[in-house]
Design a protein around this ligand. Structure first.
Ligand code: ADP
Length: 220
């Protein structure tokens, strides 16, 4: 496994790659940002330490920028399928330990996985699904940890109000857990305890399987 302190190379500085590189840098990760368009590199060079012009489909260019020094590389090229595939294949050939690749559709994701990407992300699809949960109903936020586990921010349903959480039988009855609470008029969240009592104005974060969480949120 790559360590969280390892530097990260981000190839392709479109909207996704740019946001990713800047956020990594903000969090203290050393980033090498790469794009083949000089104007794109130019624009970012004031905001990131290392931004270089290189065509990632060219094996010599990849070696020249020192890509093999990186344990983690993100291929943030989505729309140019050929460049995304070639780049990922070259990185796999160079035995980069942790290759992340962005896909814009399912076929691209399958190909990228087959040729050696260790993680394929689908920003538009993932975000679409996430927003769908928010638009559909009472959810205030929704985070999918994996297809089988989610956290959701919501208001407590009537049956949870006024009863200490430990006595609510919530986990047994609805198979969800209240993990955090923002009490009415408070500005931030805190731990949910056995004896926490919710009011209608509270906001809660619950964890559970997606179907259980969805059902629970509809209870209101
Ligand atoms: P987004 O939807 O996030 O904006 P794009 O797929 O449109 O993503 O952006 C991809 C970025 O990758 C562009 O800035 C483009 O110049 C860059 N790019 C495309 N091909 C290559 C390549 N062969 N080498 C380096 N960068 C590339």
């Amino acid at each position: 496994m790559a360590s969280h302190k390892d530097p990260v190379a981000v190839i392709g500085l479109g909207r996704f790659g740019r946001a990713l590189a800047l956020e990594l840098a903000r969090g203290g990760t050393e980033v090498l940002a790469v794009d083949h368009r000089p104007d794109v590199v130019q624009k970012l060079s004031g905001q990131l330490g290392q931004v270089v012009v290189a065509d990632s489909t060219d094996p010599d260019a990849l070696t020249e920028i020192g890509i093999t020094d990186f344990n983690r590389v993100v291929v943030a090229i989505g729309n140019d399928l050929e460049a995304s595939i070639l780049t990922t294949a070259l990185l796999a050939e160079l035995e980069i330990r942790d290759i992340w690749a962005k896909a814009v559709n399912r076929q691209q994701a399958t190909i990228l996985e087959r040729i050696g990407a260790h993680h394929v992300v689908f920003p538009e699809q993932d975000m679409g699904e996430r927003i769908a949960h928010l638009v559909a109903g009472r959810l205030l936020d929704w985070v999918e940890l994996d297809p089988e586990w989610v956290f959701a921010k919501t208001k407590p349903p009537r049956e949870l109000v006024g009863v200490p959480l430990g006595q609510s039988g919530l986990r047994k009855k609805h198979r969800v857990t209240v993990v955090s609470v923002r009490p009415e008029n408070a500005t931030s969240f805190t731990h949910a305890d056995y004896d926490t009592v919710l009011t209608y104005g509270s906001v809660i974060v619950i964890g559970g399987r997606p179907t259980d969480v969805e059902r629970f949120v509809e209870l209101q």
